[in-house]
Ligand binder design. Structure first.
Ligand code: A3P
Length: 289
């Protein structure tokens, strides 16, 4: 897919990096046959996707770090809409862990035909945009983000790759009753990871003994994951991700946006946030603003 490094794939009005997505792969996801036993991790990029992939993998292995440390995340929890997922899933037996950045509008009709479990992770969009900005600087399959101010404007307009953060959140959260759905925020995971892991265990119906939970916590910490080549993307060649320009496991903090936003950018952001989010219940937004 190197030849598609600078290709942009447009699907239902949203642009995706052509290096990972083709029209065929996006249609494959849109028409996917979900099983009731599937676990679907749904996120807007930079919201804690990789973190949740690790948590679900570790819970599924009863706290044993072996799968998490020997199988790359994209192989054990493939992004449905990316070109390799069809092959990766071909002969998969048992409970499948699937990942998606697709919005509700694209995935809902296929997903609703099953009782698959959906774990939706959201993160404060101000931290998302900062994280996404840095990711654009290192990922050669994403366009040059320009200055932070230029990138922020595109993020607010929803013209960045993967579409609008606001539409993603509104789409999934306003329809969550249609699914077997667990909503978790990055901020809650930061505040009390044990409790978040316990919520996920309960949702997945996988009771873990306290020692197994301890092991999950140990191996999904930021420092442990930063060292795990199966999730820190250091296996990806420099032509695709330039590790000189930044790390995938960058800071792993909440509130880093304060280092980047000017007062003017903040007030613009807040106005748009309030306008866009007025239809959503306030308790869903507690950690996101
Ligand atoms: P930062 O760029 O703010 O550091 P995604 O997996 O959805 O692409 O999200 C990536 C973001 O999640 C990055 O944020 C990354 O550092 C953070 N992250 C990944 N694993 C984490 C962990 N175990 N604890 C905290 N943050 C983590």
């Amino acid at each position: 897919m190197m030849e598609r490094m600078n290709v942009t794939e447009s699907f239902h009005g949203i642009v995706f990096p052509g290096h990972l997505h083709t029209e065929k792969s996006l249609r494959f996801a849109e028409d996917f046959h979900f099983e009731d036993t599937d676990i679907v991790i749904a996120t807007y990029p930079k919201s804690g996707t990789t973190w949740m992939q690790e948590i679900v993998t570790l819970i599924s292995s009863n706290g044993d770090p072996f799968p998490a440390q020997t199988i790359p995340n994209w192989a054990r929890a493939p992004w449905l809409e990316q070109f390799y997922s069809k092959d990766v899933l071909k002969d998969r037996q048992g409970i499948r862990i699937l990942t998606t950045h697709l919005p509700y509008d694209i995935l809902a009709s296929a997903l609703k035909k099953s009782k698959a479990r959906v774990i939706y992770i959201a993160r404060n969009p101000k931290d998302v945009v900062v994280s996404f900005y840095h990711f654009h600087r290192m990922a050669n399959f994403l366009p040059d983000p320009g200055t932070f101010d230029e990138f922020l404007e595109k993020f607010l307009l929803g013209t960045v790759h993967f579409g609008s953060w606001f539409e993603h959140i509104k789409g999934w959260l306003s329809h969550k009753e249609e699914f077997n759905f667990l909503y978790i925020t990055y901020e809650e995971m930061q505040q009390d990871l044990r409790q978040s892991v316990e919520h996920v265990c309960k949702f997945l119906d996988v009771p873990l003994r306290p020692e197994a939970v301890d092991s999950v916590l140990k191996y999904c910490s930021f420092s442990a994951m930063s060292k795990n080549a199966m999730v820190n993307y250091t296996l990806i060649p420099t032509e695709i991700m330039d590790h000189q320009k930044g790390k995938f496991m960058r800071k792993g903090k909440t509130g880093d946006w304060k280092e980047y936003f000017s007062d003017k950018q903040l007030s613009l952001f807040q106005n748009i946030f309030e306008y866009e989010m007025q239809g959503l219940s306030k308790d869903l937004l507690i950690h996101l603003n």
